[in-house]
Design a protein. Sequence first.
Lengths: 148, 148
Amino acid sequence: MADMQERLDDIIAKLRQRECRITPQRIAILKIFLHSEEHPSIEQVHEQVKVHFPTTSLATVYKTVNLLKEIGEILEIGFADGSNRYDGNRPHPHPHLICTRCRTIIDSDSPLLDAMAAEAERNSGYRIVAHQVQFFGICPSCQRIRES
Amino acid sequence: MADMQERLDDIIAKLRQRECRITPQRIAILKIFLHSEEHPSIEQVHEQVKVHFPTTSLATVYKTVNLLKEIGEILEIGFADGSNRYDGNRPHPHPHLICTRCRTIIDSDSPLLDAMAAEAERNSGYRIVAHQVQFFGICPSCQRIRES
DNA sequence: CTTCGTGCAAAATTTTTGCACGAAG
DNA sequence: CTTCGTGCAAAAATTTTGCACGAAG
């Protein structure tokens, strides 16, 4: 929690360096990302920010999200079905586990990933700078509800 | 090449089983997927199919692509920026290497991936049924053009 | 023949943009 | 004060849908 405040301050400092204005909306949106473990969608962020700032427009959310993406403070998780979700807690790419039943997304991690990237680099000649790894499956609670 | 014809026939048979009609447009779209190594987008497929069937509508391409997705014969590769590309040659999920400069996509593979999936399954309790793995980087030819 | 796929256009969705006002610096 | 961000609405881009005609089975 102290870390969260610290990170918030860091990001605000970063925005200031960029000569971006620190507005209540931007702070609110930032806080939503830092407080949520749920990898929210644009719409969900919009709903949440409207709780405290009811006049906030969807356009502002899009603009702010794009800004945060640009400065590398949130990570966009692209779905095959077109919907995007965002991860504001760990903006550096890392594996996600996605429940196809309830759409819950949790974070995952593996030292094997770096080995895989290195291997791919060696085999292809590509210079790899980022990755996106998603596993799809059924989360434990959905498994309990309905075995398939 | 013989394999390709075989696969085409297999898919057509599969469509017939489903009591889907075998139309020239569907065959043309199928062939485009089977012949292309470029992981084409919907728009690109539409352009290509229009070469031989100029009246083909974008709607038909969307409908056919969705059909092929449903029966598991093409794989949708979702981008973070919203654009979708398709892989008709290896419809089972596998890693892709994507050049962020020229958007070329090549296939990759690694035995480590299965190990990673197994590990994630163990750690999370998820039952993993699919995955999506993309590495972003600069391909060899773009590296030559401009070192960055 | 009967049913389904196509093509067109319209609709629905999602994301971006232009502009005037108000707020941050 | 000056400039930038906001909110609104309009626009743009993308994907889906309804319907009548023509083609596949």
